[in-house]
Design a protein around this ligand. Structure first.
Ligand code: ATP
Length: 324
């Protein structure tokens, strides 16, 4: 292997730049030429290839977003599109790729490698949602939790001045990891997740009990966007009909959770995964996602990383009730 590519794909996440930097510099360390591919799979089809130097990744470790940009590529979902991608990669002499992305990105890589096995893909989990099996954390997750926590802290400042019932919606379409962690970190009264049933009667009871316990202070409810009732606006409307002691306010944090300078933990983990991805390519591996589980590097086949579900910790869920 002489020439490898690196790209970011799907939803962008803070820490992707740290991972790109690690891939480029580790590749150079191993005597490889590293090609930056702009805009994910679309970039392969458009031949957006540029040889990277150590200098081209200077000063990016602290930056959110991704210098290689990201894209969703419909053409790559077709056999014709993937054939063209193969031709372009072969013509550019690229025979190994580090793909930084989420489950869609790895599904695409898996399909491609079954058709064209001589191009080796290694994945680094890049998504704020933490919804991949085979790693304790994905790139972007820690920063997103911290961003959500800081926003909730700010709402708590105003909440302490004037009592209201706050519903704060955080990202998480299919999984509630950001919601659960940010709720614990910010000391919310309760949390609604895609993994649990939303029972308005029970929720109203919890809010009433907390209102009594806190002698009329504000109540904070964290809602994952994929919670089964359809998010904070819908839940707030239903609760407001039953609980009238406090005025209701809804905040949707949205895309702020995708941005910002990555946390120290994020930068270290993303760098680690980038280094390990290149090491795996050099060792001749392919079709695996790099993960870190219990502080050890783990290689998980794409298919398993995508399809296996990670469970929400019941211990963390219980903690919310105990600590509220
Ligand atoms: P996030 O978790 O942030 O959404 P993702 O990697 O899951 O990130 P997707 O948009 O689902 O993001 O996938 C990224 C790209 O992967 C798609 O735009 C498409 O080009 C490719 N891809 C996804 N699924 C397939 C598939 N079944 N076959 C071929 N390519 C695919």
């Amino acid at each position: 292997m002489k020439r490898i590519g690196v790209f970011t794909s799907g939803g962008d996440a803070p820490g992707m730049n740290a991972c790109i930097r690690a891939v480029v510099r580790t590749g150079i360390h191993h005597g490889l030429e590293v090609v930056g591919i702009t805009k994910g799979y679309q970039g392969i089809l458009d031949k957006n290839f540029k040889v990277m130097t150590s200098h081209s990744v200077s000063g990016i470790i602290q930056k959110g977003g991704t210098i290689l940009k990201s894209a969703r590529c419909v053409e790559f979902r077709t056999k014709k599109g993937r054939k063209q991608a193969y031709k372009n990669l072969k013509a550019a002499g690229i025979d190994g790729i580090v793909a930084i992305g989420g489950d869609g990105t790895f599904t695409g890589a898996d399909v491609f490698m079954k058709e064209f096995p001589d191009i080796k893909f290694i994945g680094c989990p890049g998504t704020i949602d933490n919804d991949l099996y085979g790693t304790d954390f994905t790139i972007g997750y820690d920063t997103a939790i911290n961003t959500a926590m800081e926003a909730i802290d700010k709402i708590k400042d105003t909440a302490s001045a004037d009592a209201r019932l706050f519903f704060i919606e955080v990202m998480g379409r299919d999984v509630g990891f950001i919601a659960l962690r940010s709720a614990i970190a910010a000391g919310a009264e309760t949390v609604l997740l895609p993994e649990t049933k939303t029972d308005i009667k029970q929720l109203t009871k919890t809010i009433e009990a907390q209102y009594k316990k806190k002698e009329g202070s504000s109540i904070i409810v964290i809602v994952a966007e994929g919670e089964e009732m359809g998010g904070a606006v819908k839940v707030a409307k239903k609760v407001a009909k039953k609980f009238t002691a406090l005025p209701t306010r809804v905040t949707i944090l949205g895309h702020v959770q995708r941005g910002g300078s990555p946390t120290a933990a994020e930068r270290v983990n993303a760098s680690w995964m980038g280094v390990e991805a290149v090491r795996a390519l050099v060792a001749g591996k392919k079709g695996i996602m790099i993960g870190v589980v219990n502080n050890e590097v783990v290689h998980t086949p794409f298919e398993k990383a995508i399809k296996h579900n990670r469970e929400i910790s019941p211990t963390l869920l219980d903690m919310i009730e105990i600590l509220a």
